[in-house]
Design a protein around this ligand. Structure first.
Ligand code: F6R
Ligand code: MG
Ligand code: MG
Length: 366
């Protein structure tokens, strides 16, 4: 069956502060999605949240970048914003950067990851959702899943994975893209994707079949708005099993709570902590950054699930390590590398402070 899987998300108001989504807002989203399903626009849907971000998971047959589906998501978020405003939730409507919908939600604030697939005999997918971090935070785990044999043994011993995967990488600063073949070009690719604030892995494809394996959201809110309006809080869809990594290989990168940018005021570096869906409530110093994993089996477009994959006990050590790393990083206070370098910071008082003190700067001399 030909199918489109669309994940569209937005922060449309936090409860309390930026820590969680309010149930009334999610209930409104559910109502809009149910109506769209009853009207025949959607095959199926699931509404969830990651921290203060509302997440719409939709299956349909209208293809990626479809105006009707994007408008449905936009109008859902507009309605949710009204609910958020009544409750005076924090930052109500924060991610709706445009005044009105036009054609496509791309560039309007919401984050999106979509893929067109032919549903296989059995189609397991994992949808990762993050809060308090930037697009680009999927670079490291996507590399490990699809290019690192120390993570994914299937790359070595499964014949249908042995030829590797192609990575589509976006230069988000200059609006350009390039495709690298793995494993042949991994050294070249790592020069770029090791800098995730500039280069984001947008998609991964199976090299022999051309099938899409993974798609991530790469929208950068600060580039769209030209100022800080909250973190990107990206999402990523990964197909699993068969010609793709097994579910366990897809989850394995998150056993290391690697460092990502975001956290308090979008201006810090902190550990990416894998948590259950209910535990996606970034609280300590507005963090640490969280990642959830919603697992689904697709059945003729129906979303069977989600299974809350990081609720499993086997991620307890990763969580403990993340908390220890959070303590260690916090001990640096306002110093780099906990605080981001000046040019990367989302908030800064530097221009005002510099202006105030400019006459007191004198040459050092010899
Ligand atoms: C990080 C984030 C929060 C806010 C912080 C200040 O992505 O959303 O850490 O930056 O709570 O929020 P404002 O500036 O809205 O008072
Ligand atoms: Mg928020
Ligand atoms: Mg958020």
């Amino acid at each position: 069956m030909k199918l489109t899987l669309s994940v569209i998300k937005a922060d449309i108001g936090g409860y309390v502060g930026h820590s969680e989504s309010h149930p009334d807002v999610l209930a409104h989203a559910y109502g809009c999605m149910l109506k769209a399903k009853n009207d025949g626009l959607l095959v199926d849907f699931h509404v969830t949240k990651c921290g203060d971000d509302a997440q719409l998971v939709m299956t349909h047959t209208m293809g990626v970048d479809n105006k009707t589906i994007h408008e449905l998501a936009w109008n859902t978020f507009v309605g949710c914003t009204e609910v958020a405003k009544k409750l005076k939730l924090y930052g109500a409507g924060q991610d709706l950067l445009a005044d009105a919908f036009s054609c496509n939600v791309r560039g309007m604030g919401p984050g999106l990851a979509e893929m067109d697939i032919t549903e296989r005999g059995s189609e397991p997918v994992v949808i990762f959702m993050a809060d308090k971090t930037s697009s680009g935070s999927w670079n490291l785990p996507l590399y490990k899943m699809f290019a690192d044999p120390f993570n994914t043994i299937g790359l070595v011993i499964a014949e249908n994975m042995h030829h590797g995967y192609a990575f589509e990488v976006h230069d988000v600063m200059h609006g350009k893209k390039i495709t690298f073949n793995s494993p042949d070009e991994i050294y070249d690719m790592l020069v770029f994707i090791g800098a995730p604030s500039h280069y984001c892995v947008k998609a991964v494809y199976h090299r022999d079949t051309g099938d899409v394996a993974a798609v991530s959201s790469t929208q950068k809110l600060s580039l769209i708005a030209g100022r800080y309006v909250g973190k990107d809080d990206p999402v990523c869809i990964v197909r699993c099993q068969g010609i793709f990594p097994a579910v366990g290989e897809v989850l394995e990168p998150f056993t290391t709570p690697y460092l990502v940018e975001g956290w308090m005021r979008g201006s810090h570096v902190g550990p990416f902590m894998p948590v259950s869906i209910p535990d996606s409530t970034p609280t300590r110093f507005d963090g640490p950054p969280r990642v959830i994993a919603c697992g689904f089996q697709l059945a003729n477009g129906k979303l069977i699930g989600p299974r809350d994959m990081f609720a499993d006990k086997s991620f307890d050590n990763a969580r403990q390590k993340a908390l220890d790393v959070a303590d260690y990083m916090r001990a640096h206070g306002p110093f780099e590398p906990h605080r981001l370098p000046l040019e990367e910071m989302e908030y800064t008082t530097m221009p005002q402070v510099m202006n105030k003190l400019k006459d007191r700067f004198i040459p050092i001399g010899d």
